[in-house]
Design a protein around this ligand. Structure first.
Ligand code: GDP
Ligand code: CA
Length: 319
């Protein structure tokens, strides 16, 4: 019997919850993550990679659990001083967190790839699930609003996602080269899980890296997406506004339409049960279950059931 190979496509907070669930499940040794680098930005001359750091800090149990991002036991002395110096400090970067950004920037200047930097940071935090990047090139999500084009962090953090979204682009995506590690991982996957992450920015930016979506379509893996919506609403963040701007409905159908070219199954919350029939009519297997992950047990429980459902459904299809 060949060993099981699972890929998790993950954004930040929703992605990290799914990653933590898998890390504590029976499937930890079989799982690799592909993370999102398109929310990256520069602050105070430092390269910040919020979704990757959220994954590393969460899996390394260094995350501020209240916020869902940033380091626990954090202080903000450097930021206060930068503020006193008249710098923009709307992006909250704590002192411990800044060490990560200094380290990443320094290695980048030395020519070390983003994938390698990620591995070294993960090792520092005792993270055992491999975190792969879709590309080592720079891709930047830009959001068009009534205030013009903003960087993702300007929209998300500075403007608190308050502005209407007119359009979204991934700057640099055409010339981005996929990493061989991500392509190989996808090609060798038995199951690909799409975390309950923002389908337009977090997952959309991974899929938009040239060859990544095709690799998923051609992989032969069973692809299952956990919906980031509960009762037709986002748990947190602007996924609803972004679905709307992309002309998609804010429900399971809208999520399906982001992934329909490769999707085999969807996991939806009990509150969205009414979407089951429609999804099954599209040829999907559907798991209806509580999907809100508030604590370690709920994360492990949900993600274990997602894998078990995928493996059982895959077997049934093959029979
Ligand atoms: P970000 O990069 O930090 O914005 O995080 P992601 O893109 O990974 O995830 C954002 C999405 O996660 C939002 O649309 C939320 O609705 C969703 N989300 C967060 N927590 C949960 C949860 O416990 N269950 C489900 N189903 N979705 C969640
Ligand atoms: Ca993000």
């Amino acid at each position: 019997m060949t060993t099981l190979n699972i890929t998790l496509l993950a954004g930040g907070v929703g992605g990290a919850k799914a990653a933590e669930g898998l890390a504590k499940s029976h499937y930890a040794d079989s799982t690799k993550i592909i993370g999102n680098i398109a929310d990256d930005d520069e602050f105070h001359g430092l390269w910040v990679s919020p979704d990757i750091d959220t994954l590393i800090y969460s899996l390394g149990d260094q995350i501020d659990r209240q916020q869902g991002w940033g380091r626990k036991h954090e202080t903000h002395q450097v930021l206060s001083e930068l503020n006193a110096l008249g710098q923009d400090t709307w992006m909250t970067l704590g002192d411990l967190d800044l060490a990560t950004h200094i380290y990443r920037t320094n290695l980048k200047h030395q020519g070390v790839s983003a994938s390698e930097i990620t591995q070294r940071l993960a090792k520092r935090h005792g993270v055992t699930l491999p975190i792969l990047l879709p590309t080592d090139d720079v891709v930047k999500t830009r959001v068009k609003t009534s205030k013009g084009w903003l960087s993702f962090q300007e929209f998300f953090v500075r403007e608190h996602c308050q502005l209407d979204v007119i359009d979204i682009e991934y700057q640099g995506i055409e010339s981005a080269k996929p990493t061989q590690a991500a392509l190989d991982q996808i090609a060798n996957s038995d199951v690909i899980i799409i975390a309950p992450s923002n389908p337009i920015v977090s997952i959309g930016a991974i899929l938009a890296v040239p060859e990544i979506q095709q690799a998923i379509e051609h992989s032969g893996a069973y692809v299952i997406a956990v919906s980031p919506l509960i009762g037709g609403k986002t748990v947190k963040g602007p996924a609803d506004k972004m679905l709307e701007s992309a002309g998609k409905s804010i429900d399971s159908k809208g999520i399906y339409s982001c992934y329909y070219t490769f999707l085999n199954a969807m996991v939806i919350d009990e509150e969205d049960q009414q979407d089951t029939t429609w999804l099954k009519e599209q040829g999907l297997d559907v798991l209806v279950t509580p999907t809100l992950m508030k604590n370690p047990e709920e994360k492990t429980d949900l993600m274990s059931r997602v894998v078990e459902f995928a493996l059982a459904s895959q077997k049934q299809r093959a029979a």
